[in-house]
Write a protein that binds this ligand. Sequence first.
Ligand code: HEM
Length: 162
Amino acid sequence: MSNPPVLHEDCTGLAPLLGTWKGSGQGHYPTISAFEYLEELTFAHVGKPFLSMQQRTRDASTSAPLHAEYGYLRGVEPGVFELVVAQPSGILEIDAVDVSVTSGGVELNIESVEVPSTSSAKAVSGVRRRIVVDGDEMVSEMWMAAMGEPMTHHLRSSLTRS
Ligand code: HEM
C-alpha cells in the first residue's frame, strides 16, 4: 500500500472539511411543501488541488431518496477557490467560493457565477450556499432564486463528522 496523499498546498485551508458528515436537515420554499431530510456528505482528496464532494439525502420519515449531488471544490491559486456541482435534476452550478479560516475550522460562502441546466430542468437562476465547520460539527445552508422567486432560503442541515 502506498502512503495516503498529502493535501495539496492550495487546499490546506479546506482541511477541516475532510471526512464523512451525517445528520439531518429541513427544507422549504414558497412554491413547495416543507420537508425534513437525512444527509450524508463526503469531502475527500487525492493530493491534487481540489476536494471531491459527494452528497446524498433521504426523506426523514420514509427514507426515500431525495436530492443528491457530486462536485469538486477547486483550489485555483492560494486563497482562490471555485466549486462545480452536478445534480440529477439537470441543474449544474459554477460557483465562486470565499474561504475564511476560523478558530473552530472554516467557513465557506459560496455564490453562483452561472447555473446552466438541461432543457427539461426546473428554472434556477442563482444559488447561494454557506458551510460552517466548527470542530466535528457542520452547518450547511442553501438559498436559491428559482421558479420566479427571488433569492430565498431552501435548506439547512446540521451534520457531525463520523
Ligand atoms: C439537501 C439537498 C436538497 C434536498 C433534500 C432537496 C429537496 C427538495 C424537495 C423535497 C423538493 C420538492 C419536491 C421536488 O420537486 O422534488 C425540492 C424542490 C426543488 N429543489 Fe431542492 N433539494 C435539495 C437541494 C437543491 C439544490 C442544490 C437545488 C438547486 C441548486 C434545488 C432546487 C430545487 C428546485 C428548483 C425545486 C423545485 C421547486 C418547485 O417545483 O417549485 N434543490 N427540493
